[in-house]
Design a protein around this ligand. Structure first.
Ligand SMILES: NC(=O)c1ccc[n+]([C@@H]2O[C@H](COP(=O)([O-])OP(=O)(O)OC[C@H]3O[C@@H](n4cnc5c(N)ncnc54)[C@H](OP(=O)(O)O)[C@@H]3O)[C@@H](O)[C@H]2O)c1
Length: 244
């Protein structure tokens, strides 16, 4: 296990990101916030994704190094591993939602959803040389299924079990999952004028009486990266939305 220890109170119990390399996969709002907070904590950050323009913009906005990866493509993952060599922390935030009614759900959409969250991360774990932690992203819909969410509910559920399985196989590298609730990360912008009302209704129903910010989730990702005793765990950062 690598990562310098940092003092918290009187106990030395947390790994600092200072001087470490953090690979953030994805260019959505939570990925960019994770890159920003990791850089602020002293890490060298690499942002990787499949859309060169989005990766370049994300890297410019966060001071990260831009890299290419398509996690649905084994050769792309292997090439990234070759270029990067060893990395200390990996956070996968890739997601390919397939939110359609059951009669319209097809095999290709299911595969894309599982490629981004389950198969891709399993291959990342197998190909990349990781010294300290791997953090996966699940989602509250697995614990609170809703109509038109079969693909995402099952992919997110699989992420929680993938984290447990990888934690055993990659030990002492720690592997965890984070399960967000509804977060205004940019991914709801497609709702257009309906977005504000959707976020308000969600906040009113959540026990935390708010929706999440990208920073709420980035903070959890940093916790998963630096807490040396947390592994094989799914951390629910969902405002309590899964039980409301
Ligand atoms: N935001 C929420 O309310 C919410 C709720 C529950 C769970 N989550 C989870 O939290 C994580 C981050 O969410 P977010 O809203 O910040 O992100 P997001 O806006 O959904 O962005 C997803 C990212 O994944 C990338 N991606 C998709 N397929 C990929 C592939 N095969 N290879 C590489 N990159 C790929 C997309 O790239 P392109 O843009 O190039 O396609 C995009 O950058 C996701 O796992 C999401 O499911 C979010």
């Amino acid at each position: 296990m690598r990562g310098r220890q940092r003092k918290v109170g009187t106990a030395v119990n947390s790994q600092s990101l200072e001087g470490s390399t953090v690979l953030v996969i994805g260019t959505g709002g939570i990925a960019l916030a994770t890159a920003r907070l990791s850089a602020a904590a002293g890490a060298r950050v690499v942002i990787a994704g499949r859309s060169p323009d989005k990766v370049a913009a994300g890297a410019a906005a966060t001071g990260a190094v831009a890299e290419h990866v398509d996690v649905s493509d084994e050769a792309s993952i292997a090439a990234l591993a070759e270029r990067l060599g060893s990395v200390d922390h990996v956070v996968n935030l890739a997601a390919a939602p397939a939110n359609v009614a059951l009669p319209r759900l097809d095999h290709a959409a299911l595969v894309r959803a599982f490629d981004a969250k389950v198969f891709g991360p399993a291959l990342l774990a197998s190909r990349l040389s990781i010294t300290t932690s791997l953090t996966l992203f699940s989602g509250f819909i697995a614990w609170r299924p809703a109509a038109e969410r079969v693909a995402m509910a099952t992919a997110n559920g699989a992420v929680a079990f993938l984290a447990q399985a990888l934690a055993v196989e990659l030990a002492p590298v720690r592997v965890n999952a984070i399960s967000p609730g509804i977060v205004d990360s940019g991914s709801w912008d497609g709702l257009g004028q309906g977005k504000a009302g959707f976020l308000e209704r969600t906040a009113a129903a959540n026990p935390a009486r708010r929706t999440g910010s990208p920073e709420d989730l980035a903070d959890a990702a940093l916790f998963a990266m630096t807490n040396p005793f947390m592994t094989a765990t799914t951390l629910h950062v969902d405002g309590g939305g899964r039980v409301a």
